[in-house]
Design a protein around this ligand. Structure first.
Ligand SMILES: [Zn+2]
Length: 232
């Protein structure tokens, strides 16, 4: 997996997501996706650095308030316990260039693969798509890796909720565009699309899906009206 596409990333998280990510208020699943995107995108990394600076400036200028005795100890305890927590979130971002880069994935994903993968093998989802699900400790999104085989067509599907996707390896296309390594996509309720893997190799994406998807081709519709998601 190379970083050759670092400067060619065409699809990015919007400003609001980066602001929430910087403030630490973005939910876990989309935070993991933003972390993975930052690994590929120097443009968003620079934006985030500016937002972090603004945030720390605001903190410095805020009026101090009195705290209970013991608040400092409680905070240190919380920091200690969070650093033992295996779920990756905002803190993973600072380490996107880091030492540990299991399987060549971005840090946030390597950490997930190492600690949170439910099964070490891919599971067949459809003729061209395999899935490996993650346990992330939140109940809103199913977070998983999807692998589309070279030239593989995924079933056309409709979204009931949000879906965040980051391309980690290879590329895929749909009716609107071609998506390459690092590209960050958001699908909203009502969006219908049919992703197709590139002919020249398999494509692996990280995705966070907030609600079931509906297959819109007649066969899929008859078999499974809504594909259930498994937030873990
Ligand atoms: Zn970006």
């Amino acid at each position: 997996m190379s970083n050759n596409f670092k400067s060619q990333t065409n699809f990015h998280p919007d400003e609001t997501m980066l602001v929430d990510f910087s403030a630490g208020t973005l939910a876990t699943a989309p935070s993991i996706c933003v972390s993975a995107h930052l690994h590929f995108c120097s443009q968003c990394k620079a934006k985030l650095m500016r937002l972090d600076q603004v945030g720390s400036q605001l903190m410095c200028e805020a009026n101090p308030i009195d705290l209970d005795d013991g608040a400092f100890d409680a905070m240190m305890e919380k920091i200690d316990s969070d650093s033992l927590d295996s779920s990756p979130g905002r803190s993973a971002c600072a380490k996107t260039e880091s030492s540990e880069n299991l399987l060549g994935f971005p840090y946030a994903v390597s950490k997930l693969v190492k600690n949170n993968l439910v099964s070490k093998t891919w599971k067949r989802l459809s003729g061209s798509v395999d899935i490996a699900r993650f346990k992330t400790g939140q109940e809103e999104f199913e977070v998983a890796l999807h692998k589309i085989c070279a030239g593989g067509k995924t079933p056309k599907h409709d979204h009931k909720g949000l879906e965040y996707t980051v391309v980690l390896k290879g590329s895929f296309s749909d009716e609107s565009a071609v998506y390459r390594e690092g590209d960050f996509l958001v699908r909203k309720p009502g969006d219908v699309h049919q992703p197709m893997g590139a002919q020249n190799g398999e494509c692996i994406c990280l995705s966070a899906l907030s609600a079931p998807i509906k297959l819109t081709n007649p066969l899929g519709f008859l078999m499974k009206p809504w594909l259930r998601i498994n937030p873990m």
